[in-house]
Design a protein around this ligand. Structure first.
Ligand code: CMP
Length: 142
């Protein structure tokens, strides 16, 4: 097993409905450690840059509008197989397709307001973490 880092966002619907603690509780219960965390309201430019790979998708403008509609919590998570573990705890992107007991099946409102984002690979996790966190803002706990 590999010690990995992944990147997580509690999206505006999760923050608005007071679910920050519930999301973090589920992630921590799965063995993931929060080693970086900050709350921000993303600018349009930040959201567009973060989701640049989806630029050509029909939902891109709505996604950017949604992700800038309220505060989010940006987090760096560390643990054994952190990327896969986080994805398992989150469930599928569409809450209607997410397995029972996952964050999105239990808490998400729609495919857009799906409560959490998580990196889909170790490579993208590195890119996403670097997009939002400087070295000094991450605190490995060993
Ligand atoms: P996320 O993991 O943050 O990555 C891209 C986001 O686009 C995704 O979660 C969804 O919340 C959002 N999205 C909105 N509509 C769609 C769609 N039709 N298909 C996939 N993702 C969508």
């Amino acid at each position: 097993m590999a010690l990995e880092r992944t990147f997580s966002i509690v999206k505006p619907d999760g923050v608005t409905r007071n679910l920050i603690g519930e999301v973090v509780r589920r992630l921590e219960s799965a063995g993931l450690k929060v080693i970086g965390s900050r709350m921000v309201r993303l600018t349009k430019a930040e959201a567009e840059g973060f989701y640049a790979v989806h630029r050509e998708r029909p939902f891109f403008n709505d996604l950017v509008r949604y992700m800038t509609s309220g505060p989010v919590v940006l987090q760096v998570l560390e643990g054994e197989n952190a990327v896969a573990k986080n994805r398992e705890v989150m469930g599928a992107t569409d809450p209607k397709k997410a397995a029972a007991g996952t964050i999105r099946a239990d808490l998400a409102e729609s495919i857009e307001a799906n409560t959490v984002h998580g990196s889909d690979s170790v490579e993208n996790a590195k890119i996403e973490i670097a997009y939002f966190f400087k070295d000094g803002q991450v605190c490995p706990r060993g």
